[in-house]
Design a protein around this ligand. Structure first.
Ligand SMILES: NC(=O)c1ccc[n+]([C@@H]2O[C@H](COP(=O)([O-])OP(=O)(O)OC[C@H]3O[C@@H](n4cnc5c(N)ncnc54)[C@H](OP(=O)(O)O)[C@@H]3O)[C@@H](O)[C@H]2O)c1
Length: 289
């Protein structure tokens, strides 16, 4: 039995779809859900829904019965709660006899020294905890989702251009569906224990290059404006983000500007047996209509 946590979220849903597309029978897939009212779609696909909350160790222990491989999708709770929640999942997995746990970490140059500081350190803490607990593990070091580009670049890219204080920093943005597919490979094949994979596009791009790609796709010139942090936070708040979320996203922009996501390492081709979808093709799906 494979269990996917975060199954009502973007990455969890996409991973379950990838597993089903690979022909894994729905009754061999379990989904951890904390709010049963969100489980109708999963149930309609024949997925076993198991109720559990990262906050409640006992709920996790019963949810993990019979599970061989467990995908721990990092929590979306307040940052300060995330590591404790992940420890609950890992401890419950160990006590329940889970054979192998796969964790979605984050690919940055150095999680502990990032200018994002406390925002991302929980990934390093979770990864270290997994390494020392003596339970076979795999780390999927995900880069930033390509799906975040429209959210962080400004609401009116086609009219007003891209607006983000990301300097010339480069990021190997990768679509969620491609990350899900790579995770599904690890969940359904052998030989991944104690491995750490970089789940990123093969080429990192700057926002100036993203503006050029969208210009090519739309046939109109899209400018890249390197706004200042205060204006950027105001822009995000105007888009509907809370002050806290806007400040959080602006710290991502700062880390991009500092080159913290820039890498030419990627294990996606090795896992998928093909190159990942190009950013241009992904953006064409959004802006090419
Ligand atoms: N690489 C990137 O660019 C990037 C971007 C955004 C986020 N992330 C990280 O990657 C994770 C997955 O991304 P996503 O887009 O799939 O996020 P998402 O759509 O917000 O999904 C988060 C999932 O975690 C579940 N969850 C949260 N707290 C929980 C708890 N206490 N107990 C059990 N389940 C809990 C949520 O359940 P509910 O539906 O009940 O809330 C949801 O299913 C995020 O949580 C975040 O840590 C990465």
């Amino acid at each position: 039995m494979i269990l996917v946590t975060g199954a009502t979220g973007n990455l969890g849903k996409a991973t379950i779809n990838s597993l089903l597309n690979k022909g894994i029978p729905a009754n061999n897939i379990a989904a951890l859900v904390r709010d049963e009212s969100k489980s109708a779609e999963l149930k309609s696909k024949g997925i076993q829904v198991r109720i559990g909350d990262y906050e409640h160790f006992e709920s996790l222990k019963s949810a993990f019965d019979d599970v061989e491989k467990l995908l721990l999708i990092s929590s979306s709770a307040e940052i300060a709660q995330r590591f404790e929640q992940h420890k609950n999942v890992i401890n419950a997995a160990k006590e329940s006899g889970v054979h192998h746990i796969i964790y979605t970490s984050f690919d940055m140059k150095d999680l502990r020294r990032s200018i994002m500081g406390g925002d991302v350190q929980y990934h390093a803490d979770t990864s270290d905890y997994l390494k020392q607990i003596a339970l076979p593990y795999t780390l999927m070091d995900n880069t930033m989702y390509a799906d975040m580009i429209p959210i962080i670049s400004g609401n009116h890219i086609l009219d007003e251009g891209i607006s983000i204080p990301a300097g010339n920093g480069k990021t190997p943005f990768l679509p969620i569906t491609e990350m899900a597919e790579a995770i599904a490979v690890v969940l359904t094949t052998t030989g991944h224990e104690t491995k750490e994979y970089v789940i990123a596009a093969e080429t990192a791009v700057s926002f100036a290059e993203i503006a050029d790609l969208i210009s090519e796709i739309t046939g109109t010139t899209i400018a890249y404006k390197q706004t200042d942090v205060t204006s950027y936070i105001a822009q995000l708040v105007q888009q509907g983000a809370s002050e806290d979320d806007a400040a959080y996203i602006s710290r991502f922009a700062g880390a991009i500007a500092g080159g913290e996501f820039d890498t030419n390492k990627s294990d996606v081709r090795q896992l998928l047996g093909r190159s990942p979808i190009s950013l241009k093709d992904f953006l064409s799906g959004i802006y090419g209509k």
